[in-house]
Design a protein. Structure first.
Length: 290
């Protein structure tokens, strides 16, 4: 898990707890409407059909002001973190030496790496959603204690020890696995679609498909997804002959899908997620302040 994502969660949790307490306090107070509900109704007054008095913007309530102040604090915090960071060497090296062109549209989650190699068009895509949705498995359900075991002194001691170990391991979680969708296509020859994982400087192939229609490899429309499901895509990659697996992996390496890309993708994904988060904060702050 990236340091930035972990740093955000702690203060956010505390603030939510504080906000919950404030809301409960306010709800417990009797409403002013209920206090005066017994008062006799006033005689309705005639209202003019129109008024020339200019409309006034309603003053911002207390919640708006608190939310705006918190958003400004978050923006300042993220800007300070950005000032103290440098671009990872893996990103700089990939940008300068890789034949792939990085296509990154601001506001979009997906990033595309595209290159030409002879008559082939190679596209590698990944998404920052892998980072924002990542939830590491910190506890093994098979070793979880039952309610009866927790009621015993030994069970309580064991639970406390496991909790302490979990807190120690929380800061040493491994890198986030990044899913890659790789498409190698040739004119009038269809496309190979490879699903892989980039993690710890290596690319691990999970599935290796072939489509006569390249649209099935690129498009996420319901029609394309349904069409791809009806096509025989081959056996699971891990069940293939080991020599065949090795040759397919070398096939990808020769097209630049190698360790350098495996290092680049997680670092770039982290930088992009930070950039998108800062933009999101600014947009929300500007909306609340308007």
């Amino acid at each position: 898990m990236s340091f930035r994502v972990a740093a955000r969660s702690a203060p956010r949790t505390l603030s939510r707890m504080g906000s919950t307490a404030i809301r409960q306090t306010r709800i417990a107070q009797p409403s002013s409407v209920l206090k005066t509900s017994w008062a006799p109704l006033r005689t309705p007054q005639l209202v003019a059909a129109f008024s020339s008095t200019p409309l006034r913007q309603a003053p911002k309530n207390e919640t708006d002001q608190e939310l705006l102040a918190k958003l400004e604090s978050e923006v300042q915090f993220e800007n300070e973190m950005k000032e103290n960071e440098q671009v990872p060497a893996s990103i700089k090296d990939f940008m300068e030496n890789s034949p792939y062109e990085v296509k990154d549209t601001p506001g979009q989650e997906d990033v595309f790496l595209v290159r030409k190699m002879g008559d082939e068009t190679i596209t590698v895509s990944f998404s920052i959603s892998d980072l924002t949705n990542y939830e590491p498995d910190m506890y093994n359900e098979d070793t979880a204690l039952s309610d009866e075991e927790l009621d015993t002194p030994e069970g309580k001691q064991l639970a406390e020890a496991e909790a302490e170990e979990g807190l120690e391991d929380e800061g040493s979680q491994g890198p986030v696995p990044c899913r890659l969708n790789i498409v190698v296509e040739k004119p009038n020859k269809g496309a190979l679609n490879i699903e892989a994982i980039a993690q710890e400087g290596a690319i691990m192939v999970e599935n290796f498909y072939y489509y006569k229609d390249p649209k099935m490899a690129h498009s996420s429309s319901p029609e394309a997804v349904h069409g791809a499901e009806d096509v025989y895509r081959g056996p699971p990659f891990g069940s293939l002959d080991e020599d065949l697996q090795l040759l397919m992996e070398r096939y990808l390496e020769e097209r630049g899908i190698s360790g350098a890309m495996a290092l680049f993708v997680p670092d770039y994904m982290d930088v992009k997620e930070q950039r998108e988060y800062q933009t999101w904060l600014k947009n929300v702050k500007d909306f609340v302040a308007a």
